[in-house]
Design a binder for this molecule. Structure first.
Ligand SMILES: C[S@@+](CC[C@H](N)C(=O)[O-])C[C@H]1O[C@@H](n2cnc3c(N)ncnc32)[C@H](O)[C@@H]1O
Length: 260
């Protein structure tokens, strides 16, 4: 199976998507990883590493005795460096060592994979006893417009969010997975589970809203198939770049669990 449309790194829009994800969430992800205690000598696995922003940060953090392995189905945006190895790897079925890593981290990868529950079990198995799994995943089910020129624009934005959720679901992705990660981690045998939700205001210069704009181009065809019109997309792009537009972000969940 090829990568879903919105996570195919061969797309001309992929680099922007990675950039906006990094700008929106790297600070939160790093703060959480720091809270988990990632430090000198740790062996870390970064799954579906995208542009490698978090993997590079980890490589700096683990010092000369540590090591980071960054994997991706299509690792063309990843560059190896000291203490950071890059591997083309499909987390659904390629070999993965057991009990091997102090930390396993993935952000916005499991929601895209229909096999997310079996992947979760594989990730848990890769963590050494006492080690940490951190999943940073979105729930796109909430995030209404707060300030629009008129009611029609608010409805158009909602129509876009609904169509995007339908596009995701048609590929087996789960647009609300983020809010269920903690429960799934417990069912997979992890302990000390700590789910933290994050919400913010989105404005046209927010990376989260620039990502939405990116999706109006990247997902153009499936969005049209899901019921949006070319006219809707044109109006939507004007709305997403209107300096007065405000929305609530989707909910970003950073969830940690420890392997007993
Ligand atoms: C939405 S991007 C997130 C990138 C990065 N984790 C971030 O948050 O910035 C999803 C990433 O997962 C990768 N991916 C998709 N399916 C995968 C699979 N089966 N195994 C490994 N990586 C996969 C994609 O190639 C892409 O780089």
């Amino acid at each position: 199976m090829s990568a879903p449309t919105f996570s195919d790194n061969r797309s001309e829009h992929a680099a922007d998507q990675h950039l906006f994800l990094s700008e929106a969430y790297d600070l939160i992800t790093r703060a959480r990883l720091a809270e988990a205690g990632v430090g000198s000598g740790w062996r870390c696995l970064e799954v579906g590493a995208g542009n490698g922003g978090i993997a590079r940060w980890l490589a700096g953090r683990v010092g000369p005795d540590g090591w980071v392995l960054a994997t991706d189905l299509e690792p063309r945006h990843l560059t190896p460096q000291r203490r950071l190895s890059v591997l083309r790897h499909d987390i659904r079925h390629d070999p993965l060592p057991s009990n091997a890593f102090d930390l396993v981290h993935a952000r916005q990868v499991l929601p895209l994979l229909p096999e997310r529950l079996s992947v979760l079990h594989r990730l848990v198995g890769a963590v050494r006893p006492g080690g940490v799994l951190q999943l940073d995943d979105l729930d796109l089910g909430y995030g209404p417009a707060l300030l629009t020129p008129d009611q029609r624009a608010a409805e158009l934005y909602q129509k876009f969010l609904t169509a995007k959720a339908a596009v995701m679901s048609a590929t087996g992705a789960d647009s609300t997975w983020g809010s269920r990660v903690a429960t799934a981690m417990r069912a997979a045998g992890l302990v000390e589970i700590d789910p933290v939700p994050y919400l913010s205001q989105w404005r046209p210069d927010s990376p989260g809203l620039r990502l939405q704009l990116n999706h109006t181009y990247r997902l153009r065809e499936p969005l049209l198939a899901a019921g949006l019109t070319e006219h809707d997309l044109t109006e939507l792009r004007a709305l997403l770049t209107d300096p007065g537009f405000r929305a609530v972000s989707c909910v970003f969940y950073s969830v940690q669990g420890r392997r007993p």
